[in-house]
Design a binder for this molecule. Structure first.
Ligand SMILES: *Cc1c(COP(=O)(O)O)cnc(C)c1O
Length: 396
């Protein structure tokens, strides 16, 4: 007999749990797409999106997923024959690089593998070797959603300045925006790439590209094509043109509600702290389980771990067995191992802890994983849930 009745939960690194308030805000008749309430409402979205990324610069909104925002970022700043330097932490920057190559852009990749953050010294060295200034942009992720590593964005900026190199610094924050602390202007990112379905708690379908004046200058030397042109979206007064056609009406209402929750009720700073506490409690539970068994955090250095997603390793195929048990027997969906190949695929899984989360959701996910280990007779140390609770108890 199954226990899997009641409300299912996704604990995957995107899409994240959608608040009922966001879903309800989307449940409405189609609005006038040329004037009136929708247009007025969307005007209020831009400043809140800027608060979330801590920038005063521009943000263009696309009907797209994260890949669409990648595409927009590349098209507005680069052209065939240009070269980009990719900080290859985990899987996502590598895939972004493949997209760049599909545009005829040359890529130089510094590989950091599946367990390390980008080393600023390696970036410095690569930029210093580029005496002809061939590299037009440095592409990095803040959080790699496959390995769950977090890059030190200010430290990377610092070495770009130290090398006195004028490459654009483009940062993919798709997994981290609205979860990990991020300060676009203070940290010196020129372009920030994001999407709505992770920290921003809205069904997949809207993506964001933030860009500063330096990126705007780069836009002048390329031809992004009408649909992807960020100038069109940010410089027109005509609402219909902002989306180069019909706007994603219902998604925008959902996003408005999500921003109310995040920016106006919780505040972005409190949200970063909440995610940090949840992440610590999850790490602590995994460390506890692993004291008597094979469970391990994929990223050993705590300061390099994402607060939005955690990748963990098990013995043999235990990760896949845990995932399948949790989904089939308990209604909890955990993240598959991305970027781990062969046998490593079955010995890794990811816990997404981004967005609309409270202690019952986090503790519920951890307790369900522990239940799976008991059911599957996977060795683990006791006390992990108390360790997690202890950390939540001290959140202030
Ligand atoms: C989720 C994610 C993507 C891809 O986003 P899609 O919406 O699936 O296209 C890219 N980069 C990072 C860091 C992500 O977490």
């Amino acid at each position: 007999m199954s226990l899997n009745y009641g409300r299912p939960q996704v604990s995957i690194p995107g899409p994240s749990i959608i608040p009922d308030r966001v879903l309800n805000a989307m449940h409405r008749p189609s609005p006038n797409i040329y004037e009136g309430a929708l247009v007025d409402m969307v005007d209020t979205i831009y400043p809140d999106l800027k608060t979330v990324a801590q920038t005063k610069h521009e943000v263009a909104i696309y009907i797209a997923n994260g890949h669409g925002a990648w595409e927009a970022g590349l098209r507005n700043t680069l052209k065939a024959g240009d070269k980009v330097l990719i900080l290859g932490t985990g899987k996502f920057p590598i895939t972004w690089g493949e997209m760049a190559r599909s545009h005829g852009i040359k890529t130089q990749i510094i590989e950091f593998g599946m367990q390390e953050a980008a080393d600023p010294n390696a970036l410095l060295e690569a930029l210093e070797q580029d005496s002809e200034n061939e590299i037009k942009a440095v592409l990095a992720v803040q959080t790699d959603t496959a390995s769950s590593v977090k890059n030190d964005i200010p430290a990377l900026r610092k070495v770009i300045d130290q090398a006195n190199h004028d490459a654009l610094f483009m940062v993919d924050c798709i997994a981290s925006l609205g979860c990990d602390e991020y300060k676009m202007d203070e940290w010196g990112a020129d372009v920030t790439i994001a999407a709505c379905q992770k920290g921003l708690m809205t069904p997949a379908g809207i993506a964001f590209v933030y860009f500063n004046d330096k990126a705007s200058d780069a836009r002048k030397r390329v031809q992004p094509g009408e649909y992807w042109d960020w100038d069109l979206r940010t410089k027109t007064d005509m609402f219909y043109r902002k989306f180069d056609g019909t706007s994603p009406t219902h998604h925008l209402y959902g996003l408005r509600e999500a921003l109310d929750i995040l920016v106006h009720e919780e505040t972005i700073e409190a949200c970063w702290k909440r995610h940090a506490t949840f992440a610590s409690s999850i790490w602590s539970a995994i460390e506890h389980w692993g004291k008597d068994g094979d469970l391990k955090l994929n990223i050993t250095d705590k300061s390099k771990r994402s607060t939005a997603v955690t990748t963990l390793a098990t013995a043999s195929d235990d990760a896949t067995r845990i995932r399948e048990w949790c989904e089939q027997k308990a209604g909890l969906t955990l993240g598959i191992a991305l970027g781990f190949e062969g046998e490593a695929y079955d010995s890794h899984l990811r816990i997404g802890h981004m967005g609309h989360l409270n202690p019952p959701m986090v503790l519920g996910a951890l307790a369900t994983i522990e239940t799976a280990m008991k059911a599957l007779k996977i060795p683990h140390n006791e006390g992990a849930l108390s360790a997690a609770a202890e950390i939540l108890a001290h959140h202030d």
